[in-house]
Design a binder for this molecule. Structure first.
Ligand SMILES: Cc1cc2nc3c(=O)[nH]c(=O)nc-3n(C[C@H](O)[C@H](O)[C@H](O)COP(=O)(O)O)c2cc1C
Length: 169
């Protein structure tokens, strides 16, 4: 699949088959992250593949109402960005981490996997961050859901490009 087709056809999936993504395949996907652009090559992204114990802790932190949503995907990966005391680097590292996450989602899509970038409320709480051993020096960015798709997804409508493009004289 060429890059532009991958960008256009990738979709957020929320229904997955039960079989998890194998470790070998995860290693392949997460390796792609390191090719994301990052200023001064800070490599600011960190990925934690969530095992059964960590998922149970996260669900407990989320509480009974939010916990079932954490079982949607067979494989969950928490993506964080290293914090920097330099505000410019901090912002650039957050942007670079978002690029890396998108690269992982596109790599997954290119292999026929389904993905979903989720930012659940539990990972805005200290309890949730503790459940995944995310230290204060890192900022939570995405809980990447991965698995094999249950069904085809249609893209939500997008704004026409002229809505967000300005050519300055
Ligand atoms: C920073 C970020 C946070 C997101 N958080 C959520 C989320 O918490 N829940 C959700 O359903 N989708 C979340 N999404 C996915 C978007 O809702 C989704 O990309 C959008 O609906 C467009 O659909 P598409 O990915 O199929 O193009 C998030 C996406 C981004 C980039």
């Amino acid at each position: 699949m060429d890059v532009e087709s991958a960008i256009r056809s990738r979709r957020t999936h929320k229904a997955f088959r039960p079989d998890p993504v194998t470790r070998d395949l995860l290693d392949e996907l997460l390796e792609v992250a390191r090719w994301a652009p990052n200023h001064h090559l800070t490599n600011p992204w960190r990925f934690r593949v969530i095992g059964p114990l960590a998922r149970a802790k996260l669900k407990e932190s989320a509480g009974p109402e939010a916990a079932p949503k954490l079982d949607r995907a067979p494989t969950l990966v928490a993506a964080t960005a290293l914090r920097s005391e330099d505000p410019v680097q901090d912002q650039e590292d957050l942007c670079a981490t978002a690029c890396a996450i998108y690269a992982v989602l596109l790599a997954a899509h290119g292999r026929g996997l389904a993905g979903y970038w989720r930012t659940p409320g539990v990972l805005r709480t200290q309890r949730g961050l503790d459940a995944l051993a995310i230290p204060r020096g890192e900022r939570f960015v995405a809980l990447i859901h991965l698995g094999w798709p249950w069904q085809e997804k249609r893209p939500p409508d997008r704004l026409p490009a002229e809505n967000f493009i300005t050519y300055l004289d």
